[in-house]
Design a binder for this molecule. Structure first.
Ligand SMILES: [Zn+2]
Length: 210
């Protein structure tokens, strides 16, 4: 059981969700879209690990702050290009071109399982929205970043996006068992809700309607 997951709504228009899995002896943070001080507002336990869904600016804005904690920051290896490119990490699009230097990156690939604080986090490579897209499953909670939202999918028109990969990633997510889905933007969802949504999105992508 995940004891608690808190979602932070940023004050900017992006309203990125950074999630916190609170465990007995620490917490696990999903994405780095808010400063650590906001995490401390809901969890006074130490941060033991950070999992990044993808290297877009709104999800990694505070990643260097987390890096200074010297805890593992799990991400797909393709994030390296994103961190070094304001174009790829889309910070340039937001008018704040930024490159990030991270010392504690730990690469995860499709099928990896990471044990943290007695939890097992299963890793799924889900490119399509971006080349480094990862989704994470912990207990019965799926963290989808910008691959899949409650009533939409992530954009496939940004640098490093790929419609064909998005179709494969959605098919992968469709095969997973979970109860609650925590997204990179917007409200949470459920497996039940996504059962009908995902096949619809795949059809739209195949017909180039998205
Ligand atoms: Zn994104």
């Amino acid at each position: 059981m995940i004891e608690s997951v808190k979602t932070f709504w940023k004050s900017n228009e992006l309203k990125q969700n950074t999630h916190v899995i609170i465990c007995d002896n620490g917490c696990i943070v999903i994405d780095a879209g808010c400063p650590i001080s906001e995490i401390k507002g809901v969890c006074d336990k130490p941060i033991s690990a950070v999992f990044i869904t993808h290297g877009h600016y709104d999800h990694i804005k505070y990643i260097e702050e987390y890096d200074r904690l010297n805890v593992p920051i799990y991400a797909n290896k393709n994030i390296v290009d994103m961190l070094n490119s304001p174009l790829l990490n889309v910070s340039a699009i937001f008018g704040v071109p930024t490159k990030y230097k991270i010392n504690n990156l730990s690469f995860v690939e499709d099928g990896d399982t990471i044990s943290v604080l007695g939890k097992v986090v299963k890793c799924f490579y889900t490119p399509g929205h971006s080349v480094d897209g990862m989704c994470y499953l912990c207990d019965d909670c799926l963290f989808t970043g910008d691959t899949l939202f409650s009533v939409a999918i992530g954009r496939v028109d940004l640098p490093s996006a790929d419609e064909g990969q998005m179709i494969e990633s959605l098919q992968k997510l469709n095969s997973l068992e979970y109860s609650t889905m925590y997204t990179g933007h917007g409200r949470t969802s459920t497996k039940k809700e996504q059962n009908s949504n995902i096949s619809h999105y795949i059809e739209l992508l195949k017909n180039k309607s998205i």
